[in-house]
Design a protein around this ligand. Structure first.
Ligand code: SF4
Length: 384
């Protein structure tokens, strides 16, 4: 199969593993920013093919994981309003708020519907003119163009019963925040190929030069990842810090201009709170004032209250290490800990009974380690 079989070719992957070993002369730490890449690394056991002194850490590239708990609480509040049909991607349904999730609310009678596209939510609004239809717009630059298109269509159709809880986030400001942290361990980045397919990689050139860090735009198949790591190590060993594009079959330097144009028409940049990383300046998208009629904040009295101080999720928000905390997702999302270093990984916290967002999401690092743990040598049962 074109672009699948050849990118999963075991012999080619082994050759890259050997090439990486041949050029690696000292310890390096590389972060892959995207949850899809995390899953590929775990699913295909790629870490085990790398030199032991080459460390791969996992970043905050899972949209479900980084959605702030205050936003989840707003989603829960909206979904509990009787006139509302609340539409969400399925992954969001099990992300815990302070004491419940959207799935619980659905079981209690809330009209929560899973959609696969924001356009599905627009159709639901068309079909239910006597109900308020809300779409939970989460995700990175990858999903934002479809959200923008849905807003555009809703305006064209003059829908008055459709609005969005917008929680889109942008990757480059998060990378900068990680690099600027005092305890930063990142020496090189694999940038998310699908985000760059939309946005190009001009912003990454500024980051690479400002923080002296090589950034390799990388795809999602095993050979993509191994090539991305190889190019990153090459630069680290040579002392260079540039942007390279491993994913040229999908990514153009300028990205997808049509998608960007839709986004620019509908959204403006804003500060955004990330789960586990705190508030990052200029890291979110919100609707422009000219589209305010589709903003839930304009149509509902959304709750903005702070959590009780002793809740589990409040501990999760703590970006510092905390010996007393149970869930360490803040540290996981910053690449400062691996999932198996959480004391309840695979015991009290499993995909069936998740205690934190990284175990809920199909792109979460904890879920990836849980599902593919038999392929790793680093599961707690074998490493601690
Ligand atoms: S294993 Fe569960 S409790 Fe531990 S960090 Fe991951 S999501 Fe949180």
């Amino acid at each position: 199969m074109k672009y699948l079989d050849e990118y999963r070719n075991a012999s080619a992957i082994q050759q890259y593993a050997q090439a990486i070993a041949d050029i690696t002369t000292q310890p390096w730490t590389i972060m892959e920013i995207c949850g899809g890449q995390t899953h590929t690394i775990l699913k295909f056991g790629l870490e085990q093919l790398l030199p032991t002194h080459l460390t791969i850490i996992h970043g905050p590239g899972c949209p479900v994981c980084v959605t702030a708990i205050e936003t989840i609480e707003q989603a829960l509040w909206l979904a509990a309003q009787p006139p509302v049909i609340f539409c969400s991607f399925g992954d969001m349904l099990r992300v815990p708020g302070y004491d419940r999730d959207l799935l619980t609310l659905k079981a209690q009678g809330g009209d929560v519907r899973t959609v696969y596209s924001p356009l599905d939510a627009v159709k639901i609004a068309q079909a239910n003119p006597d109900r308020e239809v809300v779409f939970f717009a989460v995700g990175f630059e990858t999903t934002a163009p479809a959200t923008a298109l849905a807003v555009h269509l809703a305006q064209q159709q003059q829908l008055t019963n459709f609005s969005m809880l917008v929680a889109h986030v942008l990757v480059p400001p998060a990378m900068e925040q990680l690099l600027a942290a005092q305890n930063c361990q990142i020496q090189g980045f694999l940038a998310a190929g699908h985000v760059c397919t939309v946005m190009g990689y001009g912003e990454y050139e500024t980051i690479a030069s400002r923080y002296r860090v090589p950034i390799v735009v990388t795809g999602f198949e095993p050979l993509d990842i191994m090539q991305g790591i190889y190019h990153c190590v090459q630069q680290l060993e040579a002392g260079t810090a540039q942007v390279e594009n491993q994913y040229a079959r999908s990514v153009q330097p300028q990205g997808n201009l049509t998608a960007q144009s839709f986004m620019q028409q509908v959204f403006e940049v804003c500060d955004r709170s990330w789960r586990g990383l705190g508030t990052i300046p200029n890291s979110g998208l919100r609707l422009k004032p000219s589209y305010a009629q589709f903003d839930t904040a304009q149509r509902f009295a959304l709750p903005t209250g702070k959590p009780p101080s002793d809740t589990l999720e409040n501990v999760q928000e703590n970006v510092n290490d905390n010996a007393n905390s149970t869930c360490i997702s803040g540290l996981i999302l910053q690449g400062l800990r691996k999932p198996y270093q959480c004391s309840v990984f695979g015991t009290k916290c499993t995909p069936e009974h998740p205690l934190g967002a990284p175990m809920v999401s199909s792109e979460g690092a904890c879920a990836a380690y849980y599902h593919y743990q038999s392929l790793t040598h680093s599961h707690p049962s074998t490493s601690s």
